[in-house]
Write a protein that binds this ligand. Structure first.
Ligand code: UD1
Length: 397
């Protein structure tokens, strides 16, 4: 693993702790698992123990790239998209039937992997693959810890709650939403954030991205639509861009497939404004530095992004993805909005609504600082450590 301590399997030794991890698909499920693995390894190393990890994921998910890149043994199993629908006709659609048929195959594959690995504990962080692997953990009688990133339990975690030893949740407000029996095994840990995200440097962002035209007397706005970018955010940001650049520097992460079209749009900007505009498809390793430079963030409200922005204490305007599972992005954003810890745009979003939301944050530093401070109160930078406590207690308990 590319963490402080080298990954050093020591299988068979009583000093060796074995962790099976399952979860992934998107960054929101993959990065918390990775962060927990790194934190567990640090904890075990400090007490003279070693860690052996097996990640059970899918071929197609982000985890299939992340785990091998970190030197973590990875095994792929079959799984199917579990669609939600109140309509029985839709539930019986050919795609659904095919996907549901893949789940038992995935359970069998995961059961074989878990029976062979004999983990001390299995950590499931959500995503479709967590269902077969979590069920296999139960069949193999291994302790199962679920981690939920969002305020409401995701579908995979709802399916697995009855098999869990502990349920680690990211927010206190999840607890009252849980069924009685799940509440008894729930622990609030927060959503683990990669440590590097918390230690960026604004000056490094300027150097790495060549932001020499930025006016450092002005605030910087970071616009992000998530790893794929967001058409909706790109459009509405495009509408207000000349106004925005009159008051701020702007870094705009628009999604890898949208760069060309937006670059044409940006070509029409006057040179003095264009100098303060940086457009990119995806922000890679420089993400921590970009976040350090940003005074205001305009963003989707996926749980991963939200955990990062609250841990850092950033003033954010959220434009939730309306089609997110169970509308959870709107739920996440509303939760912070109601506490004065963010601004959530929950209805129709136009250039005018965005401008009205961002304007006060740019023009009134005190209002920006207030929101940022309240946001930080929701951050849980020690979430990975708390999740490690839960993993260790699930074994001893
Ligand atoms: C479309 C979808 O299903 N979204 C769900 C998915 O979020 P999804 O994984 O899409 O988004 P999250 O906000 O949870 O995480 C995105 C991650 O990618 C990083 N990033 C993003 C852009 C970029 O250029 N560079 C970069 O590194 C962010 O900093 C963050 O760490 O899982 C989350 C956690 O269950 C849910 O809350 C979301 O609703």
């Amino acid at each position: 693993m590319n963490s402080a301590q080298p990954y050093a399997p020591d299988a068979g030794s009583p000093r060796c702790f074995r962790l099976a991890v399952t979860g992934g698909g998107t960054g929101g499920h993959t990065y918390p698992a990775l962060t927990a693995i790194r934190a567990l390894q640090t904890r075990l190393t400090a007490s003279g123990r070693t860690l052996e990890v097996l990640w059970i994921g899918t071929e197609e998910g982000l985890e299939a790239r992340v785990a091998p890149a970190e030197g973590i043994p990875f095994t792929a199993v079959a799984t199917g998209k579990i669609r939600r629908s109140g309509n029985p006709l839709k539930m019986a659609s050919p795609a659904n039937v095919r996907d549901m048929a893949r789940v038992p195959l995935g359970v069998a594959q995961a059961r074989k992997a878990i029976a062979g690995f004999v983990p001390d504990v299995v950590l499931a962080t959500g995503g479709y693959v967590a269902v077969p692997a979590g069920l296999a953990a139960r069949l193999c009688r291994r302790p199962l810890v679920l981690h939920e990133q969002t305020v409401r339990l995701g579908l995979a975690n709802r399916k697995l709650a009855g098999s869990a030893t502990r349920i680690a949740v990211s927010s206190e407000s999840t607890i009252p939403l849980l069924p009685e029996e799940a509440r008894r095994i729930a622990v609030v840990t927060g959503n683990p954030v990669r440590p590097e995200v918390l230690s960026g440097h604004a000056d490094k962002a300027v150097e790495a991205l060549g932001l020499w035209g930025f006016d450092r007397q002005l605030p910087t706005v970071y616009i992000t639509g998530g790893a794929q970018g967001s058409q909706q955010i790109n459009e509405v940001a495009g509408e207000v861009l000349p106004w925005l650049l009159g008051h701020a520097n702007v870094i705009h992460q628009c999604g890898p497939t949208n760069v060309d079209a937006l670059r044409q749009h940006a070509a029409a900007l006057p040179a003095d404004l264009a100098a303060r505009y940086y457009l990119t498809g995806f922000v890679g390793p420089e993400l921590p530095d970009v976040l350090a430079l940003a005074d205001v963030v305009i963003s989707r409200s996926g749980a991963g992004t939200l955990a990062e922005l609250t841990a850092l204490g950033k003033a954010a305007v959220f434009i939730p993805l309306a089609s997110s599972a169970g509308n959870e992005q709107a739920h996440n954003a509303r939760h912070l909005h109601d506490a004065g810890a963010a601004v959530a745009l929950l209805g129709e979003v136009t250039g005018t609504t965005l401008r009205n939301a961002v304007g006060p944050l740019l023009m009134e530093p005190a209002s920006r600082a207030g929101i940022a401070q309240r946001a930080r109160a929701y951050g849980k930078p020690d979430a990975a450590d708390r999740l490690v406590d839960v993993l260790l207690s699930a074994v001893s308990g």
